[in-house]
Design a protein around this ligand. Sequence first.
Ligand SMILES: *Cc1c(COP(=O)(O)O)cnc(C)c1O
Length: 412
Amino acid sequence: MTHTPVRSDFDQYMVPNYSPQQVIPVRGEGSRLWDQQGKEYIDFAGGIAVNGLGHCHPVLVNALKEQADKLWHLSNVYTNEPALNLARTLVEHSFADKVYMCNSGGEANEAALKLARRWAYDQHGENKDRIISFRQSFHGRTFFTVSVGGQPKYSQGFGPVPGGIVHAEFNNLDSVRELIDANTCAVMVEPMQGEGGLIPATPEFLEGLRELCDANDALLIFDEVQTGVGRTGALYAYMQYGVTPDILTTAKALGGGFPVGAMLTTDRIAPAMGIGTHGSTYGGNALASAVALAAVEYIDTPEVLEGVARRHELFREQLEIINRKHGVFKEVRGMGLLMGAQMSDEYQGRAKDILPLAIEEGVMALVAGPDVLRLAPSLVIPEADIVEGMARLDRAIARLVATQQTAEIATK
Ligand SMILES: *Cc1c(COP(=O)(O)O)cnc(C)c1O
């Protein structure tokens, strides 16, 4: 007899580091999902900015199936055609000359930080090891990346953190000027802070970081794990800012749902990652690379990228309409299809309360911290799904407002 998994199996069999919603989706198509009971949802969460082409996009399914019949994995004892094609495509479509492949955003950042340290060590000696990042930033869950990340709660309680890491204030160049010097090897920054609450960098900030890095011979690392691969309306957000990093990390939408990550850099820096300095058993896996190649080629077209800008306007309009009715948001912000709605003072800490209500109404959303509702839907979500999903979100927020009012009456 086969057992149909239920949500309580999670609590019984899984390490308790997550607290998933109660429903278990079993099938997806485009921007719609269905759960075990056949209830349908519109997906504005996109697997946390991963499913750039929605669920089971035919282009990705075909790439996966075709490669699945040919070759899955070799390890880096051999190279393979999909990895070489993906690397060439990423180089041809970006500032980069060289690519390192891995399996996640955290790994891409780990590689970027190790490369920066090693490059500085080779070029300047062991004193140039300082890494500057930003408060509220998020760079992954490996021990190095949580330490560089600007949310101490993720690195506390795990013993001594790696040294040589300092945090400045995002969008505040003076705070960087105070910390940067000849011993700085790298500045790591998200062009738009994602987990930190959907806060875009100002153009002057990124331009200023570029200048400060150049003046101190430090490397500028853009963490585009969340902003990359079309999410903001360009293949990478740095292109919209016109500020070019020395190292860029990408993952999330890169594989459209298949786990893959990559670190991009230039011929000036890449040699520091010589034979044996770093590696990954799965990195450049043939199956992952075939899917990522299909995703990048499909997304990096004017049709898809212009579509992102158009959909951004529609989402923004709809969020403003909801807000005029319910007054729950202080600000709607973000770039492309990575948008945040900051809860108004009255609803502080209540962003996450929207999620289960939204699920009951048939729409999936995300939060970024306690006060920001986050939307990261498919880049090709049909406009009809946006309108319908927003109508459902409107109903969920009406219910949040109703519970808030009931609570207020109760405390009077
Ligand atoms: C999600 C994210 C990461 C971590 O990626 P994983 O694939 O979960 O390791 C790193 N940086 C940013 C900006 C992210 O949004």
